[in-house]
Design a protein. Sequence first.
Length: 300
Amino acid sequence: MFTRAIDRYTKEIGESIASTCKLLGVSRQVYYRSKRSTLKGQQRAFEVVNLVMDERKQLPRIGTRKLYYKLQEPLQELHVGRDKLFSIIKANHLEIKPKRSYHVTTNSHHRFHKHKNLIINMDICRPEQVWVSDITYIGSRNNHSYLALVTDAYSKKIVGYDLSDSLGTEGSIRALKMAVRKRVYKKETLIHHSDRGFQYCSEEYQKILSKNQIITSMTESYDPYANAVAERVNGILKDEFQIEKYSLNRNDMCTLIKNSIEKYNSIRPHYSCYMLTPEQMHLQNKTKIRTYKKNKYLQG
């Protein structure tokens, strides 16, 4: 009896659909084909969202272009191209919205010697040709720290870093010493580029550079974006890895910074490196890097 009721209900639904299709001038075959296509599209979108969420377990704020690069094979199997991936991510509210923040960490009013900018319009074509150094502020007023970074301008690999609770020279010096210890191409000429902050102009910092035959270069403008590569890396760590999102004690913050930098160096593809990771890029010199826009921010 129950089965007959189901059959009768199904028949009524079918007749209703047929009547509606006839009224609209659409065949039932077209209706059912459209319905199957919609269900197939929804299933495909569901699978794509799962792929995206799996990737974001390690890189929570990785952008769509890099997701497309990392997921090329499974996306091809699902017949999803770049534009379709953008559409699915937008429809499911998975876009990454950049955050903007700026804190002054540079004090160039000091007694130390300031050096010339040696890398204006330089063609950077190999790892350890130019290192860029910078200090970025992380945390809140009640729990703040300063992260000193040394980044290779060609590979975008972070080669040295240190987390400190002050803007003194010690943090920058520890980051530089780490970079020197990890140096791979020791016989090649290396330029160290930074802003004119007292940390980099200090006698102790300059002695380390001189001892290791590293040439000093500095920005000559007061534009906070004059050191474009360093500013970009700072932004990635803050925006994508959210290193200042959590209020942590010093030990836990150091662990977070270490893990974030390891992921940045080893698994995050970099657009300017043609989607190679910084570590992959650092082991070769055949790939010509994409440069940042040729504007005033690069010229400083």
